[in-house]
Ligand binder design. Sequence first.
Ligand code: 5GP
Length: 116
Amino acid sequence: MAEETIFSKIIRKEIPADVVYQDDLVTAFRDINPRASSHILIIPNKLIPTVNDVEEQDERALGRLFTVAKKLAAEEGIDQDGYRLIVNCNAHGGQEVYHIHMHLVGGEPLGPMLVS
Ligand code: 5GP
């Protein structure tokens, strides 16, 4: 059984977060430490720790991450200039919170994909 993270508490509204979207499958909220002027995390409501744990039955929720990313990018006004969607996995990927999340980052030129 995977261990819950702080993101489960955000989904259940047990701790405060700037939630910008929620439905039966996903929740989106602003990153507490934004790396650009727009930085939103979009997560499945179901606890899936990493991409390595994804199962076929998760496809609907994980597909929803993209449709919500598109909607939020438009709402943020960053869709035309562009943005980046990032999913980190495990230590080498830089994952800190073990509840799958898609970073929606934009609002300025983001530079090369990998920075040292
Ligand atoms: P990762 O490195 O796992 O891909 O990204 C985790 C992200 O979650 C980081 O960008 C971090 O700032 C964000 N984060 C960690 N704890 C919290 C929290 O309690 N609230 C919010 N809103 N964001 C968090």
